[in-house]
Ligand binder design. Structure first.
Ligand code: GLC
Length: 526
């Protein structure tokens, strides 16, 4: 299981109200001993003006001082490896900050040796931008540069110019970035917006979208859904780049490439594994995040993923991240419990977003306290509500910061005095206790970790029911996301975990009665 540490909100060791790398080291006993996490994915900590939560990098190989320094980073790697844990860091290839020396050089003149490191284009004959592409953050992806008389492309914010991956010098420089962190001992990368790396070289217009309804599960500007994004991303040439990156990783041995991919037709998604499984090890998919919480929809999401997987490929599942509304906000407390069970029992590597293990919800962040640059545009999304500091205890400041009265960089959730790690650790009925039970069952069960998955038809029970099997171990999972009581015929099973703490874990002879919103895992007895 990979735990997704959103760095500024995980734990603040130096008392400035912002989480940091030393805070992650302080949190390791919790992550390792209490939860039993195998690996961390830590969000960007590189030097950055922080217009887009650090996904606007101004120096790929230096650490933003408020997060620590390279010595602290090395200490973290050592502490993780000593515990048998792995470290995945963010790799942001599509764009840099406009403050990055490469871009400063590139925009200095049309003759600059780095001009072609970014994507520059002339205006249309009417003086307008080169094409109609719009950004997720709202508005055109093109910014006019007065001094050199051309537009540059920024798929996200104006301060995030896109690199030109068609230029071999860019490829070489970005491979060096990977090498730098691999040499320091990182075990892999979560590659940011990997589907965007290559665009249509002719920069053709995107066609209008027949359905302009904004995606209710994403935080995108409404502009974004007005067109079909077929030319501004996913150009097939990007697979060549992915093979190169993968070859570099493979040359270091056991390292992982995880990719952030937006939902797309499953066939296109599966191509990111590579024809001979030589591209990403774990292409993410957001289908579970974007699935309405009903048995039929969940089962369809699971079976579509299984059917799309190339032979020998292994899936990765996640139900929350730093860009989306919190799990417990989307599905409510009971839904978040069944979701936890789904995440930790479905086939694939689970990624758990920090704070979901205590059921954190979106926090109402007033406009004047917002930090997300995406919120700057009129109608633009703010992802701050799902990025607030992790409450560790009922102590002042929620035990988040070493200085209890520090002003935290985003406000604490108002329910922190009751919803915090310490309280939940001592409450057997809490969300955290459920996560701990599920994680320890997963550790003890080869079938749950690595077994095959067989889904039962939803029509039979109105529930999501599947078996995980390895050798002679058979585990049965039954989830009832609906509002009605359901009966699931099971044969003889020994119940191991229920999402309802009050259920007695007894042997079931022939059927399980599931309450609304309940999920159970049982060991199938011969
Ligand atoms: C990814 C990140 C998101 C960021 C964007 C641009 O989607 O998850 O937080 O804003 O890329 O880098």
């Amino acid at each position: 299981m990979i735990y997704h540490v959103y760095l500024p909100s995980f734990r603040d060791a130096d008392g400035d109200g912002v989480g940091d790398l030393a805070g992650v080291i302080e949190g390791l006993p919790y992550l390792h001993d209490v939860l039993g996490v195998d690996a961390l994915w830590i969000s960007p900590f590189f030097v950055s003006p922080w217009v887009d939560g650090g996904y606007d990098i101004a120096d790929h190989t230096a650490i933003e001082p408020r997060f620590g320094d390279l010595a602290t980073f090395d200490r973290l790697v050592g502490e993780l490896h000593r515990r048998g844990m792995r470290l995945v860091i963010d790799y942001v290839p599509n764009h840099t900050s406009d403050q990055h020396p490469w871009f400063v050089e590139s925009r200095s003149s049309r003759e600059s040796p780095k001009r072609d490191w970014y994507i520059w284009a002339d205006p249309r004959p009417d003086g307008g931008p080169p094409n109609n592409w719009v950004s997720e953050a709202g508005g055109s992806v093109w910014e006019w540069d007065e001094r050199t008389g051309q537009f540059y492309l920024h798929s996200h914010l104006v301060e995030q110019p896109d690199l030109n991956w068609r230029n071999p010098a860019v490829r070489a420089a970005m491979m060096d970035v990977m090498r730098f962190w691999l040499d320091r001992g990182v075990d892999g990368f979560r590659i940011d917006v990997v589907h965007m790396l290559m665009k249509d070289p002719e920069l053709r217009d995107n066609p209008p979208s027949p359905d302009t309804t904004p995606n209710p599960y994403d935080r995108q500007h409404p502009d974004f859904t007005t067109q079909l994004h077929i030319h501004d991303r996913r150009h097939p040439d990007l697979h060549t780049v992915l093979r190169e990156l993968r070859a570099l990783l493979d040359s270091y041995g056991d390292r992982v490439a995880i990719g952030e991919l937006e939902v797309m037709p499953w066939k296109d998604w599966a191509a990111f594994y590579g024809r001979s499984l030589d591209e990403l090890h774990l292409p993410m998919n957001f289908s579970l995040i974007e699935t309405p919480w009903s048995a039929g929809e969940i089962a369809t999401a699971l079976s579509s993923l299984e059917e799309a997987l190339p032979p020998g490929a292994w899936p990765v599942n996640n139900l929350g991240n730093h860009d989306r509304s919190r799990l417990a906000t989307r599905y409510g407390e009971a839904g978040a419990r069944t979701a936890a069970m789904l995440l930790l029992s479905a086939r694939g590597t689970p990624i758990l977003y920090y704070g979901d293990e205590i059921g954190m919800t979106d926090v109402d962040v007033p406009r004047e306290l917002m930090r997300d640059g995406f919120a700057r545009h009129e109608g633009g999304p703010s992802r701050d509500p799902n990025r607030t500091p992790l409450p560790w205890s009922p102590a002042p400041g929620a035990g988040f910061s070493s200085s209890p009265h520090a002003r935290t960089w985003l406000p604490l959730a108002p329910d922190w005095p009751s919803r915090n790690i310490e309280r939940q650790r001592h409450d057997p009925a809490s969300m955290l206790s459920l996560y701990r039970r599920l994680l320890s069952l997963r550790r003890a069960s080869p079938a749950l970790r690595a077994g095959a998955m067989r889904l039962h038809p939803v029509q039979e029970t109105g529930c999501v029911v599947y078996e995980r099997t390895l050798d002679d171990e058979r585990m049965l999972v039954a989830l009832n996301p609906g509002q009605a009581h359901r009966t699931v015929p099971v044969g003889r099973v020994e119940l191991m975990v229920s999402t309802r703490a009050e259920r007695a874990l007894t042997e079931q002879a022939s059927a399980i009665e599931l309450c609304p919103g309940e999920g159970v895992i049982g060991r199938v007895l011969a």
